[in-house]
Design a protein around this ligand. Structure first.
Ligand code: EPZ
Length: 417
């Protein structure tokens, strides 16, 4: 089992190039199943989850190959509609092949993703909405058996709660449905917008008709296209927090600052100095970190995927802070580990009360999920001494070249077997 050894404390200084978005690449890769034409995808991050999704596509009969940095996906002979537990259990986003498989074949057998350390991660919103498009489904031995005997038929659907995955699955499914579909109360994360832009370029007929409503008219033919996925705003936010937590000075490159308004606003309130340039964010961390209360929310609110990271920063603030986790029911797995490093955080339900004025002490730590793991790296970077972080396979799921990028800005970090 590989570990990370981090020697803190040191200030991160220099430039970081942000990779493509994991959470945009995953639905777009699933959506390639819609087309019999070749799809050329650029800027995919080299992370485990993308590799897993490509393996899932291959298990469905897709032909994929990298031509330098471009992934070529050829679904011309793709003819399987069974997504196995083996692949879906390690990457919950595997559920996103359900919509395209139903759109293309009218039936699919897809493993229920199962939960993970941040929550039970149900897919009831996906299934109930697909039923509105004429899908009959039953769940048996951990698999979803879904059938659309008359093919998918357009309908009006209102999601009971904002869900990124359910929005993405239904948008993809509706692109080949007969007639028109109106989806309301959609998630509007930038990654959802990126998927919509991809589908429009692919030849699908869809457009946003209000802030959270989208109309999709079924089409028959799709184009051969070349598409570059957007930047990873969570990776970018992670490096912004790391700079603020280490009194660093980082230039974050290949980003679109206006997509990160909320994160930038919060970091400025905490005291970081931030300057925005066309595709860059320059951040200088200050010694004095001001306390603040934050709650996570669907976009454009503060992203739940940055909650663990910002908590590290608030541990160093000059007074008490409160973080309310409004999206997932169990996304405080990092708290116990941070408290072992000297933090004073109290959990009550979905609220984390953070005492502040923490001087992190190096320790041996256990990573539990992707974003919790990187919060431990940030804490270790600002702790005096040598920290060891175990189970770093969680990190490899979503951060491309993490050690390399951190080393380039002065971190003393290495992977040990
Ligand atoms: C996506 O997960 C992201 N994953 C998550 O990022 C992110 O945290 C989440 O959206 C929220 O922004 C990908 O895009 C691959 P949801 P998703 O459906 O789609 C409940 C990371 O670290 N819900 O918006 O699974 C659900 O349990 C990952 O990169 C239902 O109850 O999130 C949660 O409480 C972690 N029934 C809430 O809704 C459903 O059918 C929001 O979930 C679906 C969701």
């Amino acid at each position: 089992m590989q570990k990370l050894e981090v020697l803190g404390a040191n200030k991160l200084k220099g430039e970081v190039n942000i990779s493509g978005s994991k959470n945009s690449s995953l639905p777009i890769l699933a959506a390639t199943l819609l087309s019999d034409n070749k799809v050329y995808l650029n800027n995919l991050p080299k992370v485990k989850d993308i590799e897993t999704m490509i393996n899932l596509l291959k298990s469905l009969g897709s032909k994929t190959k990298f031509d330098k940095k471009t992934l070529v996906v050829n679904n011309y002979k793709q003819n399987k509609n069974f997504a196995s537990y083996k692949l879906v259990k390690t990457m919950r986003a595997g559920i996103l092949v359900l919509g395209p498989l139903l759109a293309k074949f009218g039936k699919a057998k897809v493993s229920l993703p199962g939960g993970c350390s941040i929550g039970t991660r149900p897919v009831d919103f996906h299934l109930k909405a697909l039923a509105k498009l004429g899908v009959n489904y039953k769940i048996n031995q951990g698999y979803i058996y879904a059938m659309a005997p008359k093919g998918l038929i357009g309908s009006n659907i209102i999601f009971p709660k904002i869900s990124v995955g359910a929005t993405e699955n239904l948008i993809i499914a509706a692109t080949l449905a007969k007639g028109s579909t109106l989806l309301k109360n959609c998630a509007i994360e930038p990654e959802v917008k990126d998927l919509v832009n991809f589908l429009i370029k692919l030849g699908c007929d869809l457009r946003w008709v209000s802030k959270r409503s989208i109309r999709i008219n079924g089409v028959k033919n799709l184009n051969r296209i070349n598409y570059s996925v957007m930047f990873d705003r969570i990776e970018a936010g992670t490096y912004l927090v790391a700079a603020a937590a280490t009194e660093g000075d980082l230039m974050i490159k290949n980003v679109i600052p206006e997509i990160m308004k909320k994160e930038i606003y919060i970091l400025k309130k905490i005291g970081a100095k931030i300057k925005l340039k066309k595709n860059m964010i320059h951040i200088v961390g200050k010694k004095k970190i001001k306390n603040i209360n934050i709650k996570t929310a669907p976009y454009p609110g503060f992203p739940t995927d940055l909650q663990a990271q910002i908590m590290v920063l608030l541990c160093k603030a000059n007074s008490k802070s409160l973080i309310k986790e409004e999206i997932f029911e169990n996304r405080f797995m990092h708290v116990a580990e941070l408290n072992r490093m000297g933090a004073k955080i109290l959990i009550n339900g979905n609220k984390a009360f953070i005492n502040g004025n923490t001087k992190f002490a190096a320790a041996e730590l256990m990573a539990t999920d992707l974003r919790a793991s990187v919060s431990l790296v940030i804490a270790a970077l600002s702790a005096k001494g040598k920290s060891i972080i175990n189970r770093i396979y969680h990190l490899d799921r979503g951060y491309e070249n993490l050690e390399k990028k951190l080393k380039q800005v002065g971190a003393k970090i290495k992977r040990i077997n």
